[in-house]
Write a protein that binds this ligand. Sequence first.
Ligand SMILES: [Fe+2]
Length: 395
Amino acid sequence: MQSRRRFLKSGGVLVGATAYGLSGGALNAHVAANQRRFADIPLQHADSHQDAALTRIAFGSCLHQDKEQRIWDAVLAAQPDLFLFLGDSIYGDTRDITFLREQYAKLARNPRFHKLRESVPTMAMWDDHDFGENDAGIAYPIKERSRQAFLEFWQEPRSSVRWSRRGVYTSRTFGPPHRRVQIIMPDLRFNRTPLTVQDLGTVRYEEWCDAKRLAGAVIPGPYARCTDRVASMLGEEQWRWFEQQLAVPARVRIVASSLQVLADFPGWEAWINYARDHQRLIDAVRRTNASGVVFFSGDTHYAELSSLDVNVPYPLWDLTCSGLTEVWDTDVPNANRAGEMLREENFGLVEIDWHSEDPEIRLQAQDRFGATKIARTLTLSQLGATPEAQILSGR
Ligand SMILES: [Fe+2]
């Protein structure tokens, strides 16, 4: 399969600027506050609840273990309540479990990453490169041993149901009923049926790309929509779990997906390639009457905001933030893009203002200096929450 990584440029897109960090006192205070808030329940425990409300959630994806990872200074400075790893937290790209574990060990030794893990609660999902191999899915031969390595590295408690699942999908709720945030992290790798490649006739994909590049056109990836009736990223067992999650009471629901949910149509791996899953997701939101759904996604090595406002229960938004170290500068099509692509190291930061009558959710993509480069503020009523629902939920 064509690898997105083949087109990568190395890091260093922002040369000569000074990274900043928290002062020792501010960082220590933040660490102590988080330890108090999250001391009782390990955050990686699947499908469980934590009482502390969230107001600042950061997330990111595509983190290379061999790189400096200078973006963590800005993430720490943002003082998030929670950080979500959306996948490609290492680049394993191997069928050797010992090598894969060594890459996790290398990541653990990175002092900036270590500081982040010490001071901010985390939840993690994998994508292809930490699952183990570029664009891998159900047939990846060491997926079970990779699952064990993943859960060990992210310190999933031994009592967690996550150890016995086919996949590493997980969810949690945070906060009291009137400020409840739900995080749902589906696994798009362990059960994902094979990809479909675009039919380019006798033309090789590389030649097709070159022709588009010369014409100044955007360049889609090599994949097409899977029309096979059994094609799925989640698999039926995980689908049933996912649909149950949407019925769990919550005011804000963050579906943190390793792949883009609303982008149309990049030609790289994305929900839209599995058209039946894509439609089932929208139908599930409608059928469960799940308000407050916002999608986070990764994978792309650029940031962008996508929206979908046709044949959906309410306008849907997908904030893609990638990568924490990886940057890609090719123009990729996305008819649902709102605004511009951001081609720098970046992370997502979402702030929830619970104090207003109609709570606000501010979606942001930030660069490695903590500057906001993409922003959109939504209200809960714009995400399907009715005043009645707000009253019923305890406001
Ligand atoms: Fe990646």
